[in-house]
Each structure stands twice: as structure tokens, then as C-alpha cells.
Design a protein around this ligand. Structure first.
Ligand SMILES: Cc1ncc(C[n+]2csc(CCOP(=O)(O)OP(=O)(O)O)c2C)c(N)n1
Ligand SMILES: [Mg+2]
Length: 653
């Protein structure tokens, strides 16, 4: 057998450069580039291999290892998992910095290849700089922590182990039912060690992805179940988007008159113009979708993991005779809620089920409920977009009714004038969402992840064009928004990209804004500054607690974080990096900033000051949270009582 002498790193790069996937329309390159933050743990081994022979891999310079892995994850997610990026970090802290983002990718089932440097396999220099020593087990390093957040984990302690390691990495990275972060730890000495690799290992490999067809028996059982139901409801999950099954779902809904709600990952699989698209469903869902969810007698999940947000912690689908049917590529997810499981690719499953239902001449029994639900929500959406705050001495002069939880209305009234004065704004968050949806081009991609924005976006955002809504809500990781925007822009360089981030998320992680400027890949950051961790402040106050540690206030004379609100000039911070920035505290300023931002050719940031507590709130879905069983506060006791009542109504599995 012909051999070639290469270092482990050189062999790794050569292999990655020659992997192709075929989803039915011919081979396409799978690994597009590699994000790097170099240190002594990777710059010599892997760094040298990338310098000498990167092949078709573009080498990117990340700023923060978490941020770069989020960017790589967003690239793969926006590419429907058909293209990925690799990421390499040094050793110790550099590697550990990738952990949060590895978990984010795995929770969302998005493939990303992580290559952390590791301590010496020979142990000669131990402890090498940044090595953590475990006296009970010398084989454990920081990289073992990736085992908990990876779908495949390996450590290459001899050059020849690389071959089985990489073949298994490819198996998992292309697995449509069970993918996520793949971690291959690379001891820094082994990275540079050579071996005679068989040439055949480096041949171009085409991984054919065969969409899984449902078994005919499962299709028959599913069609029989639907045939006996009057008011089925589809739940469109991320699997619909990854399988490119939006058109199939739409055709299925229209043919059998079955409405569908969208999960965060599934939203925009079908454009908002479809008459059967009810929009966001669940805890962050809208009133129309949740009303139909409460009355459905059969939930048909397609490509959904049925998270607590989608099911209202298993209480949303409250019809006494409700049953569940799930189409999912993963047997694990398909079996949730004790559903009748059809294990299949979403598109294949919908087509097969469609044929079986046609034979049965099926049509749902809905009359005007779907139209009414949509109309009612559209009216509410308009109302939300129109809610204004008028600064006035007369407390009744502002109308914010319905945009915040009634339980904390008193708190709001007391503090709003202070916030309005300190932030110098009269903008409400729902008003801002309305303006954004109007001014951001329809084919632009909006990105979100954490805080109050994902809820507002899932309810209020009309995604008219498919695949324009990119939400990371599997891990809801603060800091994904801006990093993710870079990854989306790398995936879709010809479209405008808007990251919607809270002030908390921006503070947590925005380093890849610099990478976007370096790469000339324009992203637009829409920053909503409400001077705090707004949604968490809502959560603590809704459950009877006081506000603590969630507003951005200076330490006060009483020793608590109860002093004046902090005023932060985020526009100045981003301008320092070289972004084009705007400030908005009125509707007019926001409209003109959006127009100007659209004309720029470099990254922008709009620093929007919004009043806290002016985001949307729940529309009939319960969320199970850990309310204390014992407290001196009557409000907390009451909240605990309510939790028990809700729990009683929820399914337990
Ligand atoms: C990395 C990470 N840490 C903590 C949390 C918990 N968390 C969820 S939202 C939130 C506050 C978000 O604040 P901000 O970005 O300002 O959004 P707002 O709720 O004010 O709209 C926190 C701390 C999280 N989701 N991710
Ligand atoms: Mg905030």
C-alpha cells in the first residue's frame, strides 16, 4: 500500500479538505474553514499544517473561543447542517472557553468539529503551562470536560489513531438524527509527530445522506390515527428546516386543512403568508396558536424535540382526548410524550403520510377557527406594535396595558419614569419590534438567542421569506447573537444579517464583531438596552420575589445594588472597534438609523434605549420553574400555590 509521511496535524488537515457530502444533488464540500485562536497548544502542530497546506480550508482568526464556535455553529445551522466549520483552540483556558459553545451546538443538534490542543501524551514536561493536575488520575485533562457536551469525543494519543478518530467524527457530523459537537483532543506533542499514513486514507470521500423513509406500517398507523381526529394541529420544528421540508409541510397543511404552529427552530420553514401558519406556539407563542393548541385532539409533531417551551411544560395541549403523533429522524425524539412514532426524515414522512391520507379522503373539521385565530392575533400584534409611552406627570397618560404581567404593574409604574429619564427614551420594546419588522428587508436574516427578545420575536416577527429567522433557543446562550451573526453572514454573504441582542447579551460576548470587521462580512447589531437582565427580572418578580441582581444599578448607600441606574454608551463601544453606529430613543431615530444602517458596507450597531417591562408576555402557556416551597413572603407562597395548581393540570411524562 502506498504511504505518505505526515505529521498528525498535516494528515488531519489533508483529510478534512477532502470530505464531501451528497444530499441528493451531487457532492458538495463539507468543511469550509477553520476558526483558530492559537496558543502554544496548537500553533506549532496544527498551525504549521494549516500554514503549509491548508488546501481549500479558509483559516479564520477568532477573538474568543466561545464566540468563534458560536459562529461556526451558526454557519452550519444556516446551511441546514450541510456545510460545517472546524475550530481549534490552544490548551487549558483556550480549550475550556469552547465548552459553552460546544454545549450550545450539541443542545441544538448542529454539527461543529472542535480540535482543542491537549497536554503532552509523553507527560515529559508535566505540568506543561496551563495543565490542570488530577492527582488521582493523570490521564484526565481539561478536555475531558467536553465529554459531557459532545456527540463524539476522542483523544489522539498516537498518530495512527487519527484514522479511526476522523472516520467516526464524520459519521457523527453527518448523522441527521443525532449530531452535535464532535471533539477531537490533540496532545501538543502528537500534533507534530509523524507517521506513514496509507495514501488511500486521503482519497476524496463522498458521504451520501439518504433521507430516511418511514416504514409503511408506521405510515398506516399514523394515517389511521389522523383519520379519527377532527382538529389535528401540526407543530413545525427545526427538523423541517434541516430536511428542507417547508414546501412539503405547507402542501400537507393546505391539502388536509390542518393548521401549524412553529417552534423557535422551525419558524420560517414556511413563510408567514401561508393561511395555515399560526406562527409561534408555546410559552413564547402567540395567542392564536396557543388557543388552537388548547383545543386540538391530535398534535402532529414534525422534526420537533417538544421542549418545555413548545409544550408549555406539558400543559398546553389540554383537550381531554388529545393524542400525539411524531415524525422525527431520531427515535428518541419521536417517542416523546408517549407519541405514535414515525421515524423518518420530515419531507419523506410528510409525503408518505399525505398519500395515505388522500386514500382515506381526509379533511379536518375546522371551519373558521383558523382564520379567526390568525385575525385575532394580527389585531393583537398591531396593538403591541403601537403601544407608546408618553412621558407625563399624569400617571394615566401612558397606556402600556397588556404588554407586561399584571402582577408587577405596580413595580413598573413606580420605576418607569426613572428609567425613561435615565435612558432618555420613550420607546417600548414591542413598538421597536414592530418598526424593525417593517424596516428590515424581508429577505434579510434575523438572529436571536437569549433574553426577552426570542419571546417577542417568536410572537411578533412576521418572517415572510422562508429561512430568514435564525434562533438559537436549544441552549438560549447569551452571546450567540453577535457571534452567530458572523457565522450566518459567512454562510449567506449576499444577504443582510441582523443580530437582535439585549444589553446583557452584548456585554457578555461581542468579540466576533471585530472578526466581522476584519473579514469585511457586514453584520448589523440591533441592541435593545433596557439597563438590565430584563426577562430574568420579570421572572423573579412574577414569582413574588423582589428585584435583585437583575437591574444594572450602582451599589447604593444601603450596600445593595440599589443605587442609580447605569447609563452605558454601547454605540461608543462599537464605534471604537470601527463599526458604524447609531443611537435611537425615538421611533423616528430608529427608522432613520435602520435606513442608514442598510446602506453601509461595514458592520453597524444601533444602540436602542427601550423601557423595561415593555416586552410581550405570556399568551396562555405555563412554564414550569423552580418556585420555593418555603418563604416568608406571601407573594412567593402564593406563587408556589399556583405552581402546584398548574402542575396538577400538566401531563407528567
Ligand atoms: C450564557 C448565559 N448565561 C445566563 C443566562 C440566563 N439568562 C437568560 S436571559 C438573561 C438576561 C438577558 O439580558 P438581556 O440580554 O439584557 O436581555 P433582556 O431580557 O433584558 O431583554 C440571563 C442572565 C443565559 N441564557 N445564557
Ligand atoms: Mg436587557
Amino acid at each position: 500500500m502506498d504511504k505518505i509521511r505526515l505529521t498528525t496535524s498535516q494528515a488531519l488537515v489533508k483529510f478534512l479538505d477532502r470530505q464531501y457530502v451528497d444530499f441528493g444533488s451531487g457532492p458538495e464540500r463539507f468543511i469550509h474553514g477553520i476558526f483558530t485562536v492559537f496558543g502554544h497548544g496548537n500553533v506549532l502542530g496544527l498551525g504549521q499544517a494549516l500554514q503549509e497546506a491548508p488546501g481549500g480550508l479558509t483559516v479564520y482568526q477568532g477573538r474568543n473561543e466561545q464566540g468563534m464556535v458560536h459562529a461556526a455553529t451558526a454557519f452550519a445551522k444556516q446551511s441546514r447542517r450541510r456545510r460545517i466549520m472546524a475550530c481549534t483552540a490552544s490548551v487549558g483556558p483556550g480549550s475550556a472557553n469552547m465548552l459553552t459553545a460546544a454545549a450550545t451546538a450539541t443542545a441544538n443538534q448542529i454539527p461543529v468539529l472542535l480540535l482543542p490542543g491537549d497536554t503532552f501524551a509523553t507527560r515529559q514536561p508535566d505540568p506543561v503551562l496551563q495543565q490542570m493536575e488530577h492527582t488521582h488520575n493523570l490521564s484526565i485533562t481539561v478536555n475531558d470536560a467536553f465529554k459531557a457536551v459532545s456527540k463524539y469525543w476522542d483523544r489522539i494519543c498516537r498518530p495512527e489513531q487519527l484514522m479511526t478518530g476522523l472516520l467516526n467524527a464524520m459519521r457523527v457530523l453527518t448523522d441527521q438524527a443525532d449530531t452535535g459537537a464532535v471533539t477531537i483532543a490533540l496532545p501538543q506533542d502528537v500534533q507534530a509527530e509523524a507517521w506513514d499514513y496509507p495514501l488511500d486514507f486521503f482519497r476524496e470521500r463522498i458521504h451520501r445522506i439518504i433521507p430516511r423513509r418511514p416504514h409503511p406500517d408506521e405510515v398506516t398507523a399514523a394515517a389511521d390515527l389522523i383519520a379519527g381526529k377532527a382538529r389535528p394541529l401540526l407543530v413545525c420544528g427545526g427538523g423541517v428546516r434541516y430536511a428542507d421540508a417547508g414546501a412539503d409541510l405547507r402542501a400537507f397543511a393546505e391539502r388536509f386543512a390542518i393548521p401549524f404552529g412553529e417552534t423557535q427552530a422551525g419558524k420560517s420553514a414556511v413563510g408567514s403568508g401561508c393561511a395555515y401558519n399560526l406562527g409561534g406556539i408555546g410559552v413564547t407563542g402567540n395567542g392564536g396558536a396557543n388557543a388552537l393548541a388548547a383545543g386540538t385532539d391530535l398534535v402532529i409533531g414534525v422534526g420537533t424535540r417538544f421542549t418545555d417551551f413548545t409544550t408549555g411544560s406539558k400543559s398546553l395541549f389540554s383537550h381531554p382526548g388529545v393524542e400525539f403523533l411524531t415524525l422525527n429522524a431520531s427515535p428518541y425524539h419521536a417517542a416523546k410524550l408517549d407519541a405514535l412514532a414515525v421515524v423518518c426524515d420530515a419531507a419523506e414522512g410528510l409525503r408518505a403520510l399525505s398519500a395515505a391520507l388522500e386514500e382515506r379522503g381526509y379533511r379536518s373539521a375546522y371551519t373558521d377557527e383558523i382564520v379567526s385565530a390568525k385575525e385575532a392575533w394580527e389585531a393583537e400584534r398591531k396593538r403591541l406594535a403601537g403601544v407608546e409611552y408618553t412621558v407625563s406627570k399624569d400617571a394615566d397618560a401612558h397606556d402600556l396595558e397588556g404588554t407586561f404581567v399584571p402582577e408587577i404593574a405596580g413595580h413598573l409604574d413606580a420605576k418607569l419614569p426613572e428609567y425613561a429619564a435615565k435612558l432618555n427614551t420613550s420607546l417600548t420594546q414591542t413598538q421597536v419590534l414592530g418598526i424593525l419588522n417593517e424596516y428590515i428587508p424581508k429577505d434579510a436574516i434575523v438572529i436571536g438567542a437569549a433574553g426577552s427578545l426570542p419571546g417577542d420575536m417568536q410572537r411578533m416577527w412576521n418572517a415572510a421569506v422562508p429561512d430568514t429567522y435564525h434562533m438559537e433557543y436549544g441552549f438560549s446562550c447569551m452571546g450567540y447573537e453577535i457571534s452567530g451573526a458572523l457565522g450566518v453572514k459567512l454562510a449567506e454573504p449576499d444577504r443582510e444579517v441582523y443580530a437582535l441582542a439585549g444589553d446583557g447579551s452584548y456585554q457578555m460576548l461581542h468579540s466576533e464583531l471585530v472578526t466581522s470587521l476584519q473579514e469585511n462580512k457586514k453584520i448589523n447589531i440591533i441592541l435593545l438596552d433596557n439597563a438590565g437582565f430584563g426577562c430574568i427580572n420579570n421572572l423573579q418578580m412574577e414569582q413574588g420575589l423582589n428585584s435583585m441582581g437583575t437591574e444594572f444599578r450602582y451599589r447604593g448607600p444601603d450596600g445593595h445594588l440599589s443605587g442609580e441606574l447605569m447609563h452605558i454608551d454601547y454605540a461608543a463601544s462599537a464605534a471604537g472597534y470601527g463599526a458604524k453606529t447609531f443611537r435611537a430613543s425615538t421611533a423616528e431615530q430608529l427608522r432613520s438609523a435602520l435606513e442608514e444602517a442598510g446602506k453601509q458596507d461595514r458592520s453597524t450597531l444601533i444602540d436602542i434605549k427601550v423601557l423595561p417591562k415593555t416586552m410581550t408576555h405570556g399568551y396562555g402557556a405555563w412554564w414550569h420553574v423552580g418556585v420555593p416551597e418555603v418563604s416568608g413572603s406571601q407573594a412567593v407562597q402564593a406563587a408556589f400555590g399556583q405552581k402546584l395548581e398548574q402542575l396538577d393540570k400538566a401531563r407528567s411524562y
